[in-house]
Design a protein around this ligand. Structure first.
Ligand code: C2E
Ligand code: CA
Ligand code: CA
Length: 671
């Protein structure tokens, strides 16, 4: 499984965050420093200008001083007074040609410092440039460091301010301003601002990191959840099928390399569907959760539990030494799950069946092992629910074959791949065709023709007989309705069809859709049906007879005390089983029984059919005993609808008295 969350991208974004914050800090630092420097320069210029103006305004005889370089005593006095004022620690004066006239430090000396120096001499390579600016009438200012010299502060500015008069330069005043204190002030402001900025940025950074960590945590949790979901069933918390397979593989490997043995137990809930249908899906979910909980309580710590889907669970039991270990756990599971569940405010019982297979004993491949546990489970369910079965090769193979066949039958029914054959019924004369019995045929794609004696019981056990029987009714009625003569059609019914209260409407619908007259339909039932819930069956038979449909008792004489049923319901016909017909001609006792049955039936106004007529001797004997109807290979085998060509012959002559002999010949030819 692919994880949508990528760790590397989270690390990358954290890196970007840190880089961004650091760059922000550096940029902010540089910006503050730049601003501080600018501020310092502007401040120095301002101070110097003010001082220069003050000097220019307060020194008497300034003009002669600047032009001649000799201060008057009044000017000298004033200049000395102004030598140190505030942050100004020195000033110089230059003539308008740049000649140095005086230096404040030298005012007590005779030469006043006007010792032939030129404006800008202190600036080295820049001196010409500085001169050009200042003598051109503009201010020039420069920040300098005292660099430990005794006569200079740590930081100071030199500002040249030209003294102008009437648009021309009189001279230049250079003011030295001590900027150390200012620098310290600005620097401490800078540190404060920088500190605040750094703090803010760090705060943002810390928030970013904590947010990142939260995101990483959420991602990790999501990842863990994904990993969990990939391995577990979300509803029950048990393993899912895929990881159960992995667990089995590992257990098999351990067992193969000398480790402990293990078994797989497949568990299926018996009445889960009913709970789901009656109480709803959320109640069903709750049952599944509770089942998972109970299983957790039953297994040991090394065992694994899984939900394979729907209401199927499985347990891998480890440390198995003998089948008894498995049987003990299986029984405990059956017992535990048989106890009622409390869901949606109701108490429900669900029950479960368990099938088990042991690794190394029943199979050496895990998928095979699982399959065997599943087969054993199927048998446990088939043999009455709430039980436990071990895998049993032979039994499970048979059951497996049956299971496959029933799956194929289900598909064949859905695809309407089964067909009906029709066997003719003749009047006692053996010539007059009276009707046909519809008999199911299944031609299996791989296994060829499967006899009804194999698939009808299967259809009955699986409940498939209900849709199948309904189809037979529809098809037989539809076929008969198209016959050119109004012959009867007999349809066999299974007891299972009577358990479904849809039988009467199904018959009604088959007649209604086909337009077949009800009197032409005959339904054949067996004695065994009469044994089960007789009252209900009799009611259904009455309803059917009430519609005009004939009812025949099939296979008469093979079952139980048949006679008792004869007076419970007014059958139209009984069909003597072919076991009697077979021995009729040779066994005097059988002949006597058949004669008695016929006279008894006639006394009750019930017609008699004899099945399995294969020889003329049998036919003659039946005719002598007064049998009403004959059926058997002698007169006609079951054949597909398309080959019933004598039908046309029947319609061509008369409706009921068809050319039986001709039909026989044609039938015989078609077989
Ligand atoms: P059944 O109702 O007793 O049907 C008569 C069976 O006897 C048919 O077997 C038929 O082929 C066979 N038969 C007819 N004449 C002779 C004969 O002279 N000699 C011998 N040895 N056999 C003869 P089939 O078709 O194999 O059907 C077997 C059983 O399957 C039927 O017995 C019936 O119980 C059941 N069956 C067939 N179709 C249906 C159906 O549509 N619904 C139900 N519920 N059962 C059906
Ligand atoms: Ca029959
Ligand atoms: Ca029969």
């Amino acid at each position: 499984m692919k994880h949508p969350i990528r760790k590397s991208s989270s690390w990358k974004s954290l890196g970007l965050w840190i880089a961004g914050v650091t760059a922000g800090l550096l940029l902010a630092g540089a910006a503050v420093r730049e601003a501080a420097l600018k501020h310092l320069n502007a401040d120095a210029e301002h101070t110097a200008l003010q001082y220069a103006h003050m000097l220019a305004a307060s020194v008497p005889d300034l003009e002669p001083l600047l032009t001649r370089g000799q201060p008057s005593p009044a000017a000298l006095e004033q200049l000395r007074r102004l030598r140190k004022a505030g942050d100004v620690f020195r000033f110089k004066m230059f003539a308008r040609d740049g000649r140095q006239l005086l230096v404040s430090d030298d005012l007590d000396r005779p030469s006043f410092g006007g010792d032939g120096k030129q404006l800008g001499d202190d600036h080295g390579a820049k001196s010409a440039h500085v001169r050009d600016i200042v003598l051109g009438g503009r201010n020039y200012i420069e920040l300098k460091e005292g660099a430990g010299r005794a006569d200079r502060p740590w930081l100071y500015s030199e500002a040249y301010v030209p003294v102008l008069k009437n648009g021309g330069i009189l001279g230049v005043v250079e003011v030295y301003v001590d900027q150390t204190a200012r620098r310290d002030r600005i620097q401490s402001a800078f540190v404060t601002v920088g500190g605040v900025v750094a703090l803010v940025l760090m705060l943002v950074g810390v928030m970013g990191v904590s947010q990142w960590r939260q995101r990483m945590h959420a991602h990790r949790q999501a990842e863990e959840r994904m990993r969990y979901l990939a391995k577990h069933d979300a509803l029950s918390g048990a393993l899912n099928r895929a990881s159960f397979n992995d667990v089995m593989q590992r257990a098999a490997w351990r067992c193969d390399t000398g480790g402990a043995g293990f078994a797989v137990l497949c568990i299926d809930l018996d009445r889960f569907k009913e709970i789901n249908d009656s109480l709803g899906h959320s109640a069903g979910d709750e049952v599944l959760q509770q089942v998972a909980q109970r299983l957790r309580g039953l297994v040991r710590s090394g065992d694994d539990r899984a939900r394979l889907g729907g209401d199927e669970f499985a347990v891998l039991q480890s440390g198995v030494r003998s089948p008894d270990d498995v049987a003990t756990l299986a029984k405990r599971i059956v017992e535990s799950l048989a106890a009622p569940f409390e869901v949606a405010g109701e108490t429900v019982t669900c029950g479960a069946s368990v099938g088990a297979a042991i690794y190394g004993v029943d199979a050496r491949a895990t998928d095979q092992l699982m399959h065997m546990a599943d087969l054993a489970l199927y048998r446990a369910k088939a043999g009455g629910r709430g039980t436990f079965s071990f895998y049993d090769g032979e039994l499970d193979m048979q059951l497996q074959a049956r299971r496959e066949l029933s799956r194929d039958l289900r598909a064949a029914i859905a695809a309407e791949a089964l067909t009906l054959h029709y066997q003719p019924l003749y009047a006692a004369d053996g010539v007059t065709l009276t009707g046909y019995e519809a008999l199911l045929r299944w031609s299996h794609a791989k296994r060829g023709n499967i006899p009804p004696s194999d698939f009808i019981p299967l259809a009955e056990d699986t409940g498939l007989i209900v849709p199948l029987g309904a189809w037979v009714l529809r098809q037989a009625c539809a076929d008969a309705a198209r016959w050119p003569a109004p012959l009867s059609v007999s349809v066999n019914l299974s007891a299972a069809q009577f358990r479904d209260d849809q039988l009467v409407p199904t018959v009604q619908a088959a007649l209604g859709t086909s337009g077949l007259d009800a009197t032409r339909l005959e339904l054949e039932i067996t004695e065994s049906l009469m044994m089960t819930n007789t009252e209900r069956v009799v009611q259904t038979l009455r309803a059917l007879a009430g519609m005009g449909v004939s009812i025949a008792m099939d296979d008469f004489g093979t079952g139980y005390s048949s006679l008792s049923y004869l007076w419970r319901f007014p059958f139209d016909k009984i069909k003597i089983d072919r076991a009697f017909t077979k021995d009729l001609a040779d066994d005097e006792k059988v002949s006597l029984i058949v004669r008695s049955i016929i006279s008894l039936a006639h006394a009750l106004q019930i017609r008699v059919n004899a099945e399995g007529v294969e020889t003329t001797a049998q036919m003659v004997a039946l005719q002598q005993h007064g049998c009403d109807e004959l059926q058997g290979f002698l007169l006609g085998r079951p054949a597909p609808l398309a080959s019933l060509t004598h039908l046309n012959a029947a319609s061509a002559s008369s409706a009921r008295r068809s050319t039986g002999a001709a039909a026989f010949l044609e039938q015989a030819a078609s077989v």
